[in-house]
Design a binder for this molecule. Structure first.
Ligand SMILES: N[C@@H](CCC(=O)N[C@@H](CS)C(=O)NCC(=O)O)C(=O)O
Length: 328
């Protein structure tokens, strides 16, 4: 199977989740929406809608994410995306459509472009429009999840509605929509996130303050997200050992390299013009700024834990540290 899709397209992401739940392999055919590849000749030749996702199964082409998901469910029934009973199926489809028909079409790329480019709506008003439909649309989903609470949208296994919910919440977070008013939605989302962190790829980055300021983490994150079609909010980051904030004395050039917004990570040193820098805090902050939500580690100080780590600054003797990340 081939899936024509774009990593940031939520309709594509629905199908990728469905394929992952069913353990189906597919060839990833990228269609870059921001570069308008959806309207370019190569894609238009196979796509009636000029939209992603588009699934090619042998010689057959299927568009519309919900139609694709139901097709996959019928051709690969286990695990099922829809419940066995008619009422359950109706509830799951209604939840899916409450997002796919009532929220998403109001906010997708061509609608937003029409607002700004054809109707002269400002960027701020466009964002307000976006947030309005997401925040109000999610209330409908919230009422249903509150009335019949379960681990996932419907019952104890993820299904069709969950495939639709996850990308919508990532979009909500990306556009800084309110989500406190939909606690059941966010509870289900958290359960799903945990299940979707499937180890499709790993990345490792090493940097001192210069590399950190120059964007080593952001570049690694971007490469990992692109390679695995994973949004930053779904990435789990762990910070290894580094010199801690009570030991890392730096000059003003370090504080300046991170800019005024990072001034909270620098405390005045004993000597004028020197600062105590919180390197792990800066790394955590830079990852958060890039949309990473799951960050752990960062508590080990190489300088103050001699039984564990060497520290050239402490002992004037060099050594080696290693950290490993792998896929199982
Ligand atoms: N209802 C369609 C929506 C498809 C859709 O709007 N896809 C977006 C990406 S999420 C797209 O291709 N947008 C390109 C554009 O708006 O020009 C589905 O569920 O597949």
């Amino acid at each position: 199977m081939e899936l024509f899709n774009y990593f940031r397209s939520s309709a594509s992401y629905r199908v990728r989740i469905g394929l992952a739940l069913k353990g189906l392999r597919f060839d990833y055919k990228p269609v870059h929406l921001v570069r308008n590849e959806q309207t370019a000749e190569a894609f238009a030749a196979v796509s009636v809608a000029r939209l992603v996702p588009l699934l090619k199964d042998e010689e057959s082409l299927i568009h519309q994410s919900l139609a694709i998901l139901e097709y996959l469910d019928e051709t690969h029934p286990t695990p099922a995306l829809l419940p066995a009973d008619p009422l359950g199926r109706a509830r799951v489809r209604a939840l899916a459509l409450d997002i796919a028909c009532e929220i998403h079409p109001l906010n997708n790329l061509r609608v937003l472009r029409y607002l700004t480019q054809s109707m002269g709506v400002s960027e701020d008003d466009k964002d307000r429009w976006y947030r309005h439909w997401v925040e109000s649309g999610l209330e409908t989903v919230e009422r249903q999840l509150a009335a019949q609470p379960s681990t996932f949208c419907h019952g104890e296994a993820p299904g069709l509605a969950d495939c639709i919910l996850v990308p919508q919440i990532f979009n909500a977070q990306r556009f800084e929509c309110r989500t406190e008013h939909v606690p059941h939605v966010m509870r289900v989302f958290a359960n799903l996130l945990f299940s979707c962190a499937d180890g499709r790829g790993v990345g490792a980055a090493h940097a001192g303050w210069r590399g950190l300021a120059a964007g080593v983490l952001e570049n690694t994150l971007a490469a990992l997200c692109e390679a695995t079609s994973t949004p930053p909010a779904e990435i789990h980051a762990w910070l290894g050992a580094c010199i801690g904030p009570a030991a890392f004395e730096v000059g003003d050039e370090v504080r300046q390299a991170f800019g005024a917004a990072a001034s909270g990570f620098f405390q005045p040193g004993v000597v004028a013009g020197k600062w105590w820098a919180d390197l792990a805090g800066l790394a955590r902050w830079r990852l958060q700024q890039s949309g990473v939500r799951h960050i752990s580690g960062g508590g080990w100080c190489t300088h103050s834990e001699p039984s564990r780590f060497f520290s050239f600054r402490r002992d004037r003797v060099t050594g080696r540290h290693a950290a490993a990340v792998w896929r199982r």
